[in-house]
Design a binder for this molecule. Structure first.
Ligand code: NAP
Length: 313
């Protein structure tokens, strides 16, 4: 039976990924949207969440596609109204508010899902399976992209709570925490803040790993030309390279069979997220893994702050 979902925030990710993933799924029907500005053709549109919650009791699931800072108020309203909630990444602006949401969902007996779309990239599961019985010697993340190309006109990413370069960087951390069998923790960070902005444009991170493996990550939003989203791991059993944000995998230099990702690395990620949400709702399950956000919070806690030249669009 199809379940009715409403999308809140009809912005870039809602239009690019959520609407098509819902449309392509037999599990879901897009029953309504909540937006101050946008509509999805043929779908009932509400200007605010409270009107939707009071007039559409049949909508069981609320999928929040807003930036992290405003999301908490919408999530609490949905949970208080007894609805299941799906959260875009990062699941919140702070760890405490995410813990609060999880507690509220448990008390209400409804599902909540902190989604990490990059974990659903085509080759992530294969990388995880390969690394499972290996001993890690080193791991290096390089996540370099052009902010002007991927976030044109998005002011919230530069405001407090908007995460800056950690908005894409947390995707890398969501993959690393998924594929490595052992936990690790941040030991040092340098964050580069443009002098006119509240969030970093670049960051370099160092982690401690229980086997003493060298672990580092570099995130940079000032990358012209080729864009880089790679994770390289050296182990006792060989060398792994996950590239294109998890869409491509090479082991010992040999490219692994590609699936559906040739010209759109996000293809497949959101259908898999909605399939997982359908399962969670049916079992009243909760999936609220906050590990990637914890590493980001640690970087803001421990990171050295460097002021760099102003950023203007
Ligand atoms: P966006 O287009 O800038 O914003 C999404 C929508 O959020 C806006 O259209 C607006 O909806 C609503 N919104 C923005 N500020 C708000 C505020 N202060 N109060 C209430 N609503 C507000 O952002 P996005 O790129 O879609 O990103 C949204 C989330 O998805 C972020 O957490 C991001 O990390 C994640 N995400 C983005 C991408 C991507 O490629 N862009 C990929 C994966 C995940 P209305 O105008 O409809 O009210």
């Amino acid at each position: 039976m199809t379940m009715k979902v409403a999308i809140v925030g009809v912005g870039k990710i809602a239009r690019d990924q959520h609407v098509p993933a819902i449309a392509a799924s037999a599990d879901w029907e897009l029953a309504a949207t909540v937006s101050r500005n946008g509509v999805v053709e043929g779908v009932e549109a509400f200007a605010d969440l409270h009107s939707l919650l009071s007039s559409r009791q049949d909508v069981e699931v609320i999928s929040l596609c807003l930036p992290p800072v405003p999301r908490f108020a919408y999530a609490t309203a949905a949970l208080q109204a007894g609805r299941h909630v799906m959260l875009e990444k990062p699941p919140g602006a702070t760890l405490s508010e995410c813990h609060t949401l999880e507690r509220m969902a448990r008390e209400a007996g409804v599902s909540i899902y902190a989604t990490w779309h990059s974990r659903e990239a085509a080759q992530v599961a294969k990388a995880r399976a390969w690394l499972k019985d290996k001993r890690l010697r080193s791991l290096k993340v390089v996540w370099k992209e052009d902010v002007r190309r991927w976030h044109p006109g998005q002011e919230w990413i530069w405001q407090a709570g908007g995460l800056g370069v950690f908005d894409p960087g947390i995707n890398a951390l969501s993959i690393v925490t998924e594929i490595l069998p052992d936990p690790f923790h941040l030991t040092a960070a340098t964050l580069e803040f443009p002098e006119n902005r509240q969030t970093p444009i670049a960051a370099s991170l160092t982690f401690a790993h229980p086997h003493g493996a060298e672990m580092s990550a570099v995130f940079d939003w000032r990358q012209d030309g080729d864009q880089t989203w790679t994770i390289q791991a050296e182990t006792n059993g060989g060398f792994l390279l996950l590239s294109e944000g998890g869409a491509k995998l090479a082991i010992e230099g040999e490219i692994q069979a590609e699936t559906e990702t040739e010209d759109n690395p996000l293809q497949g990620e959101y259908p898999r997220l909605y399939a997982k949400m359908a399962k969670l709702v049916r079992s009243r399950g909760i999936d609220m893994d906050l590990t990637p956000l914890t590493h980001v919070a640690d970087a803001f806690l421990l990171g050295q702050r460097v002021i760099v030249e102003p950023f203007n669009e």
